[in-house]
Design a protein around this ligand. Structure first.
Ligand code: NDP
Length: 315
């Protein structure tokens, strides 16, 4: 029987420009049970968020020459044909900002920071906010959003350069290198003598345990991710969960696709902030498709400084 070849008439053919390296891609490399995403298929190109140019379209929503962001393949060209994949694509309207930003501040990580902070954390002026993995794609934005609201913000990151970035570029009130702290509980007490109102959780494990001991009554923890756990066969134990009861803390996980209906509202807020320099964004761009595997792996040792992007071709 002849092999079924998908036709452009049922979808779009795109040239991939920028690929996004994201931590959630790691769990997709194993067998997943009860997950909202599927495992990658051995022998097929892996896929993830990216920015691409439409070369040919058989779909009414897209025209030749359009720029899009959404799910695409880790390859030079991708034929996107399934209704589900096509529905998940966003057409890029604002082209007077760097197109690679649609892998970060104007794409999935930006929406994650926005929804996680404003919708999940219920933040208020003057509250004490702590962000882990704070210099990364999501964290750098959460800290800046919290500063815009008038919160006191502390971030942690894994190197001196990243700590400098947090304090000097993103204007966090304080920042520390968690790798240099023997006692995370003591470190948090030093930066939050009155406790933490909001914890934006990106790493999990020991950090979460220490944060639980330092939360204030009625505090909120937005569980965005737990990158310290993704490479472990068995997740690390978290022992201080009873503080949720005694202090009336709300801990809530969330997935960014559930908030994509807010994307137009987010763009309305963020584009002027970028143009006026009120929000800055740092990217770490690896050149060429061949650099993609090491760029992705680098997320798990903190090699990236800012949002990790792979430039397959420049716009
Ligand atoms: P980053 O750009 O922050 O890159 C990952 C960073 O995590 C590394 O640079 C490193 O920074 C840190 N890290 C790596 N390993 C560890 C470890 N063992 N312990 C502590 N820190 C570690 O990634 P993103 O901003 O894209 O993602 C941040 C989090 O948000 C992740 O947990 C991710 O899964 C989650 N996420 C969740 C979404 C959702 O819908 N809920 C959507 C998008 C992201 P350092 O040098 O500081 O250690």
């Amino acid at each position: 029987m002849a092999e079924m070849v998908p036709e452009v008439s049922t979808g779009i053919l795109v040239k991939n420009l920028y690929l996004s390296c994201d931590p959630y891609m790691r769990p997709r490399m194993q067998k997943l049970e009860g997950s909202y995403v599927e495992s990658f298929k051995p022998g097929s190109p892996i896929y993830g968020y990216g920015v691409a140019k439409v070369l040919d379209s058989g779909h009414t929503r897209f025209n030749k020459g359009d720029l899009i962001w959404g799910m695409t393949g880790w390859e030079e060209y991708t034929l996107i044909t399934t209704p589900q994949s096509l529905l998940s694509l966003f057409k890029i309207q604002h082209t007077d900002v760097p197109p690679s930003y649609y892998t970060g501040i104007l794409g999935m990580p930006g929406m994650t920071a926005y929804a996680g902070f404003y919708e999940v954390c219920s933040p208020k002026f003057g509250e004490y906010v702590y962000v882990s993995a704070a210099s990364g794609a999501v964290g750098q934005l959460v800290g800046q959003f919290a500063k815009l609201l008038g919160c006191y913000v502390v971030g942690s990151a894994g190197s001196k350069d990243k700590v400098d970035l947090l304090k000097n570029k993103f204007k966090f009130d304080e920042a520390f290198n968690y790798k240099e702290e023997e006692d995370l509980n003591a470190a948090l007490k030093r930066y939050f003598p009155e406790g933490i109102d909001i914890y934006f959780e990106n790493v999990g494990g020991k950090m979460l345990d220490a944060v639980l001991l330092n939360m204030r009554a009625r505090g909120r923890i937005a569980v965005c991710g737990m990158i310290s756990q993704y490479n472990l066969d068995k997740p690390e134990g978290v022992y201080n969960l009873t503080t949720l009861i005694s202090k009336g803390i709300r801990m809530e996980g969330f997935l960014v696709p559930d908030y994509y209906h807010l994307y137009p509202k987010y763009l309305e807020m963020i584009i002027p902030h970028i143009k006026e320099g009120k929000i800055v964004y740092v990217e770490d761009v690896a050149e060429g498709l061949e650099s993609a595997p090491s760029a992705l792996i680098g997320l798990f040792s903190g090699r990236n400084v800012g949002k990790q992007v792979v430039a397959v071709a420049h716009y």
